[in-house]
Design a protein around this ligand. Structure first.
Ligand SMILES: [Zn+2]
Length: 404
């Protein structure tokens, strides 16, 4: 048992938690000034003002953290961290006016990352991912979702899922990793159709991996010329049978009912949603499926952001994630992305912070964290700054420090 005391502020999100992370007002941050928290390895035992710390906790080890702010742990709930190569030249070419079709014709795009990933051995991919995870963690992010999906063959996808599992064990318990199976990321050119690839690789490999109990969720790129609604239903039905969580890349390039399919399968989250329809928004609002916005990707590609305000006003539960990947958002700093997009998305501070803590944790099925409250897991982020407002105000600057 130990205590952090004299914190300038603790953002507990207790009110936001009571409202299930929806319809939030600025006060729902539930800030305690000059706060203290008592916890052991697994549970929070007390939280309040330092002056009110009960006498029975007086003897436990205390860490005086004045001039620091404590928040529920930051969660990046959508990343593609395991990949080979980079696409810096491709990004420059795009900025310089080369159309994406031309880049794809030259062998750029996701197929380039696939080739570079295939060229690297498991050990090297593991090492590169370790470095990236440590950098992500240096911003205060302690729970990270990682998707496979640059292997696109039975053997290489299996290797990627096993690498993510190895990363999970390597970093536990300091960093929690969530292993998402995204073999259905794109259709390799050697297959004549998406359903052929799904039936020959995606579904059989999921069945092969399931007994190991290492996959936390499946995911699929549901877009025209990628995977159809039938493909999505086939994958999700199998995931349900195997009791594995469900996530989806939905309504990013086209309005095609991705949000609606997600809710009908009780998905943990539907992600992207730039082109989500009104019926999709209504379906999300009346479900427990979290809508994950990835504004960094829209910035990187020069697109308009998802209709975040509209979704929030209808009661959708919103998370914000980085989408850190080599092609469409090469940015690993979730707090930068969330702070930078807040004004564009027209979201208040409670919606912003809840989106990268409580709701992001819920989008990974982790309902025992994301709020600093008695009985919850003691997963925190600590910032060397006077107030919460200063963190988002200084977007891009890193105030995160290690927990004592
Ligand atoms: Zn993605």
């Amino acid at each position: 048992m130990k205590a952090y005391t004299n914190l300038s502020q603790i953002m507990t999100l207790e009110a936001a938690h009571k409202k299930d992370g929806r319809m939030l007002q600025p006060d729902d941050l539930s800030i305690i000034n000059d706060g203290a928290v008592v916890f052991d390895e697994s549970t929070i035992h007390w939280v309040g003002a330092t002056k009110d710390l009960p006498a029975n906790y007086r003897g436990i080890p205390k860490f005086k953290l004045d001039h620091h702010v404590l928040t529920p742990e930051l969660v990046d709930s959508h990343t593609h961290i395991v990949f080979g190569g980079d696409r810096a030249q491709e990004y420059s070419d795009r900025l310089n006016g080369t159309p994406y079709e031309e880049i794809a014709k030259r062998g750029g795009g996701i197929l380039f990352t696939m080739k570079e990933t295939l060229n690297l051995e498991a050990e090297k991919l593991f090492e590169m991912a370790c470095e990236r995870i440590q950098r992500v963690n240096s911003y205060g992010i302690g729970t990270i979702e990682i998707k496979s999906g640059y292997g696109l063959s039975f053997t290489k996808e299996k290797e990627l899922s096993l690498i993510i599992d190895r990363l999970k064990k390597h970093f536990s318990p300091k960093i929690q990793i969530f292993n998402t199976y995204l073999a259905a990321h794109d259709v390799p050119r050697s297959f004549s159709s998406s359903s052929e690839y799904l039936n020959q690789v995606v579904l059989p490999l999921l069945k092969d991996l399931a007994p190991r109990k290492i996959i936390d969720a499946v995911d699929i790129f549901h877009e025209k010329n990628y995977f159809s609604s039938d493909d999505v239903s086939n994958l999700f039905s199998l995931a349900q049978d195997l009791q594995i969580g469900i996530k989806i890349h939905a309504d990013e390039l086209n309005t095609n009912g991705g949000a609606e399919i997600a809710t009908s399968f009780k998905a943990l989250s539907a992600d992207h949603l730039l082109k989500v329809s009104d019926t999709g928004i209504a379906a999300l609002a009346s479900s427990n499926t979290v809508a994950t916005l990835l504004p960094g990707t829209a910035f990187f590609l020069g697109k308009n952001l998802a209709p975040g305000r509209k979704m929030l006003d209808q009661g959708v539960k919103i998370a914000i994630a980085s989408d850190y990947n080599p092609g469409s958002c090469h940015c690993d700093n979730l707090l930068l992305i969330a702070s930078m997009s807040a004004a564009q998305l027209k979201i208040n501070q409670a919606e912003l912070w809840c989106g990268i803590t409580l709701n992001a944790a819920h989008s990974l099925g982790k309902t025992d964290q994301g709020v600093i409250k008695v009985g919850m897991k003691p997963r925190f982020s600590l910032f060397n700054v006077e107030s919460l407002a200063h963190i988002t105000y200084n977007w891009g600057r890193n105030f995160s420090v290690s927990l004592p």
